[in-house]
Design a protein around this ligand. Structure first.
Ligand SMILES: [Zn+2]
Length: 326
């Protein structure tokens, strides 16, 4: 009866979002938690401190030579952001999990890490977190599903919902912070509500990177074409496992990652039953694929059709197109 109505993971996110708020001198602050089999594991770091107590900061030169700073095959964006807070966070999490795996690998069927910061993860740091996932997977063979086709190694990024948009431009428009709808959920923090917070102070975004998700990368030039978020905020569940589960999409709610389609000139998503949805940039909301095709038969950017693209259209789309419906 004295237990709060929400789980430890929910409380941790609330605590961590509060801890990373003092974002001083332009530094990004970041916290990491690790859950194994739905239970938090407080991993010791090399210096004896605990991972969950550590606040990682950008421009920490301790991790200059880390393989999460830059690596062969990484994007230019990664090379240009070598002192992000995520570099140290990925390095310490990897080393701590490597030590943990030497004695506990067999029992681990689910490995999850949560990153919490004020801003959503930037594009190059999504690459870093993917690299962390790839390096963690072989350490925990029992977290592989059906002969290694998929793994239960998942990363989540929690960030402030102070902005109504789940993704915002960063570094002068060179990158994107946050995730597109479909890869980020707007969530109600149960501890925040219990503490009396209201409005956006009681909300946060959670982006997901897993074998089933997309890369999470959002091209900054496409930002204006995605909606603020996919739908109403979901409530934190009562247990770590509940709160960590990805909800299955309903027929009217695109639940799979949004992928940019050059041909359609917008983001496309597919529900579990393979129904396709397209973002209508004029309305900034998802519509069924068939509706989009009726409105924009040549894609959103090519409204005049393939034969007359020299007219230089691109402004004020939407109005005339809707009349095409029959
Ligand atoms: Zn970053």
């Amino acid at each position: 009866m004295t237990q709060p109505g929400y789980g430890q993971a929910s409380q941790n996110r609330f605590d961590d979002l509060a801890a990373v708020v003092p974002d001083v001198r332009g530094q990004t602050w970041l916290k990491v938690r690790v859950y194994i089999n739905n239970k938090e594991v407080d991993l010791p770091l090399a210096d004896g401190s605990l991972l969950s107590d550590r606040i990682f900061r950008s421009r920490d030169h301790t991790y200059r030579s880390s393989s999460f700073s830059n690596w062969p095959g990484a994007s230019v964006d990664v090379a240009n952001t070598r002192s992000e807070a995520e570099v140290g966070a990925c390095e310490e999490t990897y080393q701590a999990l490597r030590r943990y795996a030497t004695t506990h690998a067999a029992g681990a069927q689910r490995v999850e890490f949560e990153f919490t910061a004020v801003n959503g993860t930037c594009n190059p740091c999504k690459e870093r977190i993917e690299r962390l996932r790839e390096r963690i997977k072989p350490l925990f063979p029992n977290a592989q599903v059906t002969r290694g086709e998929r793994s239960r190694v998942t990363a989540r990024a929690n960030y402030s919902a102070a902005s109504p948009a789940s993704a915002v431009p960063g570094r002068g428009g060179l990158t994107t912070y946050g995730f597109a709808p479909g890869q980020a959920e707007l969530r109600v923090s149960a501890p925040a509500v219990a503490a009396g917070l209201t409005g956006r102070q009681a909300l946060y975004y959670q982006g997901i990177l897993s074998d089933q998700s997309g890369s999470g990368l959002v091209d900054p030039q496409h930002l204006s074409q995605i909606p603020d978020h996919a739908g109403p905020a979901r409530t934190d569940r009562s247990s770590p496992s509940g709160s960590l589960r990805t909800p299955s999409p309903t027929s009217s709610d695109p639940g799979n990652p949004w992928q940019w389609s050059e041909r359609d000139g917008t983001y496309i998503s597919r529900t579990a039953d393979q129904r396709e949805w397209a973002m209508d940039p004029a309305e900034r909301r998802p519509v069924p694929r068939e509706t989009f095709d009726q409105r924009y038969p040549y894609g959103y950017q090519n409204q005049a059709g393939p034969s007359s693209t020299t007219q230089g259209q691109g402004q004020g789309q939407g109005q005339g197109q809707r009349q095409r419906r029959s």
